[in-house]
Design a protein around this ligand. Sequence first.
Ligand SMILES: C[S@@+](CC[C@H](N)C(=O)[O-])C[C@H]1O[C@@H](n2cnc3c(N)ncnc32)[C@H](O)[C@@H]1O
Length: 275
Amino acid sequence: MSIGPEELDYVRDLVFRRSAIVLEPAKQYLVESRLARLVLDEGCDTLDELVHRLQSEPPGDLHARVVEAMTTNETSFFRDLHPFEALREHVIPALVAQREATRSLFVWCAAASTGQEAYTIAMILREHFPALAAWSVRIVATDLSTEVLARARAGIYRQFEINRGLPEERLRAHFEPHGIDWRIRPELRAMVEFRQANLIDDWGAMPTPDLVFLRNVLIYFDVPTKRALLGRVHDLLARDGVLFLGGSETTSGLDDRFERIAQGKAVYYRRRDGC
Ligand SMILES: C[S@@+](CC[C@H](N)C(=O)[O-])C[C@H]1O[C@@H](n2cnc3c(N)ncnc32)[C@H](O)[C@@H]1O
């Protein structure tokens, strides 16, 4: 299903204004393949017809669905492994010592997609830090897309999603069978709150996070958006808090108020002293 040049420009502009995701003109094939299902669902004959409908209607649900369809939701449990090893071995133990007085911990998993990252964090806390059961621990996971958030809340995963990153032992500990799929056990599901938030909008009432996971989303944004977003995360993060980015993402050259910490094969960021 092909798209005309003006229609492509309309979609690129819509997606950029509503999500900051940059779709280069060369991504035409991506727009065509990602929107094909929506064309059928909406009873349109062509992609251009769908775009003309978007242009003629006031902004609403259809526009939001187009933007959601253009998000890339690739994720997995224990993705890249090393950040989660650093979390378990260094970052959480340090925070537990630092928060002994308040006995509270707030984790923000931004751009959480279908939930694997947030549930990975919950698994680590449950397996290795049982004392935290007596603390106030909140894991808030947000994403732009209502579709992925619904999947994340349900906590139901297919066998191939389990096979990507979860050994048998963890599967038994944290999941129960759900037909041919697997469902996160209620006690782990209860540890994570999922809510919709667009990273380029107001984030609503948000406590000061001790840990921010902002992984594999900056790659979709242009430099001014990355700068603005990292600046806001910097100002929100606890002074001794930690920021994790994706493996190909960095604060370097974008916000030098962050200090890069390399620990084994993992990299994470802290606010520099006094910033
Ligand atoms: C590739 S996934 C990353 C998932 C997870 N953080 C990981 O690293 O495995 C990127 C996610 O960012 C979300 N996203 C893209 N633009 C966004 C925006 N402006 N606000 C909030 N979420 C956004 C997408 O919906 C998608 O689920």
